[in-house]
Ligand binder design. Structure first.
Ligand code: ATP
Length: 329
């Protein structure tokens, strides 16, 4: 008797979100221009770009609301163009603008979408209750939607995206217009969803917040990826040298003496316990090698802290550089 055929094992795990060579043209405007990136399952990814960079268009394509002109967009390995209904089952979408609904209460609104998603009877009530509880809208279930604060409205919109418990969430500017308290509340909800293992793509102009919340950042400009990596790698992007703050036990002048004799190291400034040095190559290997040499040469190092730009500065610098390059063409 022949053994049953071996199951096919896919060696490469399917990313939760994948776009490859994605383009979207609106007349003369190329909103998305050969965009490619992948987000692994369970990651929280920030989507950054200046106004008009193509974030919303990309997110709308992923949410099956817009056709690409060319290229591929997939959710959990499923092509959004070929199987939009299947993709919608796996995807929660929160648009950047949430229309007001006069004469509709919180519970009516969520119930309407639960019905539209095919939930019936007890299951529908349970889904709506669970979402209201999660978004802490349960005490406001009879509040008219046009009487909700901006923060409550955003939570309701998130709740609507969660009714069918999707594995992937695409959130377009969820924190826009929220006060700091409402932003913290929203961030907490996103953190819980991430802990549940959902994959989240979130666009925001509040970069410091994205840096804290996201495992990875996809920075796009003029419809193309400029940088994809951690917040730390974005802060260091394009920095050819590394500036490091060093503190020592003992005479701080020893640092300057050591720097004078060390290749690739320039002493910039003394501080109370040591000083600031510049290393001529910013790669982590060279930076860690400098620290190793310092210790081997007998300096009692208590602090070795690399200076970084914050995300906003890195973003502005990168966009400025791209604009200058585009202007020079
Ligand atoms: P923002 O941060 O301002 O929301 P964005 O990165 O989301 O910007 P998109 O909204 O994707 O950018 O827009 C990208 C470009 O495509 C812009 O130049 C925009 O004007 C243009 N665009 C978007 N949608 C359409 C449309 N339906 N018709 C024509 N042009 C469009």
């Amino acid at each position: 008797m022949n053994p049953p055929p071996l199951p096919t094992i896919d060696p490469s795990p399917v990313p939760a979100i994948r776009v490859d060579g994605l383009c979207r043209q609106f007349g003369q405007i190329r909103a998305v221009d050969g965009l490619s990136f992948s987000i692994a399952k369970g990651q929280v990814a920030g989507f950054i770009g200046a106004n008009g960079a193509g974030k919303t268009t990309t997110m709308r394509i992923l949410a099956t609301l817009e056709y690409p002109t060319s290229g591929v967009a997939e959710i959990m390995g499923i092509n959004v163009m070929d199987y939009p209904a299947k993709v919608r089952e796996m995807l929660g979408w929160m648009p950047d603008n949430f229309g007001t609904y006069d004469n509709m209460t919180v519970i009516e609104y969520l119930d309407f979408f639960a019905r539209a998603l095919g939930y019936r009877g007890k299951e529908r009530r349970e889904r709506v209750e669970e979402v209201m509880e999660f978004t802490e809208l349960d005490k406001l279930h009879d509040r008219l939607i046009n009487k909700l604060s901006k923060g409550m409205g955003q939570r309701l919109c998130l709740g609507r995206a969660l009714i069918h418990d999707p594995q992937v969430l695409i959130l377009d500017e969820p924190a826009a217009g929220l006060d700091p308290k409402a932003r913290v509340e929203l961030r907490q909800l996103i953190r819980i969803l991430a802990q549940e293992g959902k994959t989240i793509l979130i666009s925001s102009h509040i970069l410091s917040e994205l840096g804290e919340m996201c495992d990875t950042l996809v920075f796009i400009n003029a419809g193309r990826v400029v940088h994809h990596g951690t917040a730390e790698s974005m802060k260091r992007h394009g920095m050819e040298t590394a500036v490091v703050n060093v503190a020592l036990v003992g005479d701080p002048a020893k640092l300057e003496e050591w720097a004078l004799l060390s290749p690739q190291v320039t002493f910039l400034q003394s501080t109370k316990n040591g000083g600031r040095i510049e290393i001529g190559d910013s790669s982590p290997e060279v930076v860690s090698n400098v620290l190793r040499r310092m210790v081997l040469d007998g300096l009692a190092v208590t602090e070795f802290r690399r200076e970084e730009r914050n995300l906003e500065d890195a973003f502005i610098e990168m966009v400025g550089k791209l604009d200058r390059e585009a202007g020079g063409k």
